[in-house]
Ligand binder design. Structure first.
Ligand SMILES: NC(=O)c1ccc[n+]([C@@H]2O[C@H](COP(=O)([O-])OP(=O)(O)OC[C@H]3O[C@@H](n4cnc5c(N)ncnc54)[C@H](OP(=O)(O)O)[C@@H]3O)[C@@H](O)[C@H]2O)c1
Length: 333
């Protein structure tokens, strides 16, 4: 079987450009003992991948130049030489950015496509949903009746988070860029929505919109920059923040000064908790159980933005930084 794959041409800082990616075709070997050969059907592109393109080790190793990159993928087993895997099985792996692969079956998870569509395991029922769940439930400990500000509300984590917080009995203020995205946040159940691109003073706009909700008790940080500055200003005393990501900063050429109002952390006695989802599999079974209940009760819906073809994977990835997605950004092969 032949497979086309996307490789990184160089490590870089600053905005992502098409020339940092190249596509190569390879012949896949037959699986050795313990290996399987898989034809990917869906690939995930995620903002955290940007950090792996800089070339320095953070909480995860950098991508290697000239090698296929890694990322979430779901597909079907074509050939198996591993116990427990048969031709036709649907599996989830980290062997993304490529059409197919032959590799060890270790760490590969079988998925049930009778339960949910395959691509949902890269979105709400996968690490994306789990990220929203960990942030809201474990980092913030959101309580019924409280108000959560969900930033990047129309994105993958954000759209899951709005619905999870509502299902937990909380109120939600969402921020997102543009009319279509703000309408989507409302459709998901957000009680108030602010289009951050349409306001001059984000803090004032959020405070005003949060008044009928009793103010902001907790903030889910996906963006950084002006959003963090506004959140520090707008949040109530004893507020809690789950610091999940800061996408507005990932393409910086050099470190920029942080918010000018960090003293609010002291004055308001705030709690800021950063987290990486993969450290929190202790709540995975709670996540699956809550998500199943919410789905059966019709409280959770999904929306994806889909690019088609392996050659479009870099475009899908770059689109995360221009806001090209509503819901989860995916590539269909
Ligand atoms: N800690 C963890 O374990 C973990 C796991 C998964 C994800 N994350 C983080 O969670 C956040 C959301 O990830 P996701 O996968 O759900 O992505 P996403 O929200 O689906 O996509 C990114 C969105 O970010 C917004 N954005 C991009 N550049 C921006 C900028 N300069 N200023 C303001 N908004 C900007 C855009 O929405 P608008 O058009 O509305 O601006 C864009 O659609 C990211 O920060 C990511 O790194 C963390």
């Amino acid at each position: 079987m032949k497979s086309r794959e996307i490789r990184l041409t160089q490590h870089f800082t600053g905005p992502v450009k098409p020339e940092y990616f190249e596509m190569t075709e390879v012949d896949l070997p037959d699986p050795q003992a313990g290996q399987i050969q898989v034809k990917n059907a869906w690939l995930s592109v995620d903002p955290y991948m940007r950090g792996r393109m800089i070339g320095i080790k953070t909480y995860v190793d950098p991508f290697q130049v000239g090698q296929p990159m890694e990322g979430g993928a779901v597909g079907q087993v074509v050939k198996s030489n591993a116990e427990g895997f048969s031709e036709g099985d649907w599996v989830m792996s980290m062997n993304g950015w490529r059409e197919g692969w032959t590799a060890s079956a270790e760490g590969v998870t079988k998925i049930d496509t009778n339960l949910l569509p395959a691509e949902a395991y890269l979105g709400i029922a996968g690490l994306t949903g789990m990220t929203a769940y960990v942030g809201i439930k474990k980092m913030i400990g959101l309580k019924e009746g409280e108000t959560l500000w969900m930033s990047a509300g129309a994105g993958a984590v954000g759209s899951a988070g709005i619905q999870f917080a509502k299902a937990m009995g909380a109120k939600v203020l969402a921020t997102a860029g543009g009319d279509e995205k703000t309408a989507f946040c409302k459709e998901l159940g957000a009680d108030a929505v602010v289009d951050y691109k349409a306001v001059d003073d984000l803090s004032a706009a959020v405070r005003e919109a949060a008044k009928p909700l009793g103010g902001i008790d907790a903030y889910f940080e996906n963006v950084g920059g002006d959003h963090l500055q506004a959140a520090l200003d707008a949040i109530k005393a004893h507020g809690r923040m789950a610091v999940c990501g800061m996408i507005a900063r990932y393409n910086d050429n050099e470190p920029l000064p942080g918010p000018t109002n960090l003293t609010q952390i002291v004055a308001k006695k705030l709690t800021l908790q950063g987290f990486i989802v993969s450290d929190h599999f202790d709540v995975y079974s709670d996540f699956v159980s809550d998500l199943s209940n919410w789905m059966m009760a019709g409280k959770v819906k999904t929306r994806d933005t889909v690019f088609e073809g392996i050659d479009k994977t870099p475009d899908a990835f770059m689109g995360l930084f221009t806001g090209a997605n509503i819901g989860k950004m995916l590539v269909k092969l």
